[in-house]
Structures are given as C-alpha cells and as structure tokens.
Design a protein around this ligand. Structure first.
Ligand SMILES: [Zn+2]
Length: 336
C-alpha cells in the first residue's frame, strides 16, 4: 500500500463518524474496502426520492505545482483549504485530486449520470490524467447497467468529464441515454477541439446529443410527475454556471429538506471553497467563473446544501463547512 493509500484509509477511519447517518457505503475495492470507509469508490447519499451516488473514476496528481494553478490564493486561503481537503496537498506542492462522476437514481431505478470521467487508455485526457479510469466497473459495483442510464449530463466538454461517454471504439457507452449539454458549450468548441471529434460528433451521429439552453428540469421525484418541485418528491434541475467553460452547467438535486448540488468544475480545489474569489488558471472566463462560483456557493450555504464536486478528495462536503473554515460573508463580495 502506498503512502497515499495509507493516508486515505486513515482519513477513512476519521471520516466514518461524519458519514454515519448521512449515507452508506455500497461498494469498494479490495483491501482498502476491508480496512476503511473513505477509500470506497461508491458512496451514496439520499435526498428525498433520489439517491445520489459518488463514483470514483480515478485519483492522481495534477501536472505542475498547486500554486501555479491558483495564483491569487494567499497563505491563509491555502491553510483553510488544507483543513477542508487535506488529501489534496501532496509532497513538493503537488495537487492531488479525485476524478469523480455522480449518478442520480430516481424512483423506479432510472439513472441520470453526471459526467463520465477521464475515460479509457488512449482517451483525450491521457496526455495528463491517470488513465485508464474505472467508471465501468464502478458503475457495475453500484448496480448500474448501461441500459439503466437514460440521461447523461455533461457539465462541460473538458477531457476529464466526457472520457467514458464513448468507449475505446468510439461508440456510445450509454446507447439509450440522451446526453444533455448546453448549446453554448458546443457552440464555443473550436473545429479542431478533441471534444468535437471524440464525443460530440459520435453522439450527434447516433441521435443522442440533446443541446439545451439555460435552466432545465431533468427529473421530478413525484410519482406521476406533479411538477411540484420542492414538494414531497423533489426535483433535479440543470443550472447554468458559465465561466469555467462557456456553457458550463451544474445539477441541483432537491429532495425533501435535503439539497445536493452537483457542481461540476465551478470549483476544482478546496482553495476555491475557502475563498471563492480565487481563480483557477484554466478557467475560460475568470470573472464569469468567479460570479458563478460566488452565486452557487452563497445559495448552497443559505439552503444548507451539500456540495458534490468531481475533484475534491471528499465525495460530499457540506457547504457550511466553508464558513467554519473561515470563509466570511465579506469575501463573497456582496453575495447573499
Ligand atoms: Zn475537471
């Protein structure tokens, strides 16, 4: 077991108490599964009629030093970030991160998958991400077959989010699913962007690409679909959160009194939770990204939502934790 694995298992033991009463571990891998909780690759939380499953595709270091990617972060921002996500802090200032997808399982067992990870060996992410990812076997461990997935939400078209939308032979992995992306996202792709040839063209050719505009209701948890939104059944809704990319979107899951915000890359590191004003180097429009992040996090704190993010080393983080880490209202720049 590597030092990293050992740390994760130790964290698992400490995190077990926090998880109790919130969710349950469904499946995990080998010795780590036997030894601890957090190592598991499938972690579930319930929100009313919905079950939200965190599915770990991969874990590894990001190229370069962490300071290079978040140039505006102060020493105190980093200290607060380390309290929220200590596993992100690797040796020699590296940034260690998870690559995670989420599945929303509704009444009747139908599944909405949010993002599809880094993909197989040779996928476009292979130039920098720890391919191959493990999403196919993790889905199996979660009891989800390809035909159970009727919707795939692509939060955005970066290489580490669309990798398993198609298999190694470029045919769709989820042939019965509509693949929902904001029209602004595909419209902003360059002709030679790898997303175009790798995923957009094959999905379009198969009639599986559903380009939408703005806020869209995906699911109603009420049987018979009353459209009551926050009623007893709840809802899952696409929320545009542009900036990281032109058409970036998140998914808000509302079930009873519990809200889970599947953020996508609105924030990619806990330092952006510690201080939402901190930009990430690869954001396409930093000011738009900052506004989306501040708005989303302010709303998440106000409603006591749980954040479900692809790249933190924790599958679910209560938004209020950011306040406990020292994130003051003033830092929100007048946000609610
Ligand atoms: Zn990403």
């Amino acid at each position: 077991m590597s030092g990293l694995d050992r740390r994760r298992v130790l964290r698992g033991a400490a995190g077990a108490a926090a998880l109790a009463g919130w969710g349950q571990v469904l499946a995990g891998g080998g010795a780590a599964h036997a030894a601890g909780v957090r190592e598991s690759r499938v972690i579930a939380r319930r929100a009313g009629a919905f079950e939200v499953l965190a599915l770990l595709d991969a874990h590894g270091p990001f190229p370069g030093k962490r300071q290079d990617h978040f140039a505006g972060a102060t020493a105190s921002d980093w200290r607060r970030a380390e309290r929220i996500d200590p596993a992100a802090f690797g040796p020699d200032d590296t940034w260690e991160l998870d690559f995670r997808c989420y599945a929303i399982r509704g009444p009747g067992g139908r599944v909405t998958l949010v993002d599809t990870g880094i993909g197989p060996a040779g996928s476009p992410a292979s130039g920098w991400a720890p391919v191959p990812g493990h999403l196919p076997e993790v889905l199996t461990a979660a009891g989800i077959g390809a035909s159970d997935v009727d919707t795939v939400v692509l939060t955005h078209l970066h290489e580490d989010h669309y990798g398993w939308a198609v298999g190694p032979d470029r045919t769709p992995m989820f042939p019965e699913a509509r693949h929902v992306v904001q029209r602004a996202e595909t419209a902003a792709l360059g002709e030679h962007d790898s997303a175009m040839s790798y995923v957009v063209d094959p999905l379009r050719a198969a009639g599986l690409l559903d380009e939408v505009d703005g806020r869209v209701r995906l699911l109603s948890g009420a049987r018979g679909g009353s459209g009551a939104g926050r009623g007893h059944g709840g809802a899952a809704t696409l929320v545009p959160t542009p900036g990281h990319t032109a058409g970036h979107q998140s998914v808000l899951v509302e079930g009873g009194a519990r809200r889970i915000m599947v953020t996508g890359d609105v924030l990619v590191h806990a330092v952006q939770l510690a201080n939402p004003a901190v930009s990430y180097g690869f954001e396409r429009d930093k000011e738009a990204a900052r506004q989306s992040r501040q708005r989303l996090l302010a709303e998440a704190r106000r409603t006591r939502a749980v954040l479900a993010t692809p790249h933190l080393n924790r599958a679910f983080v209560p938004a209020v934790e950011s306040r406990e880490s020292g994130w003051s209202k003033a830092r929100l720049g007048g946000g609610q």
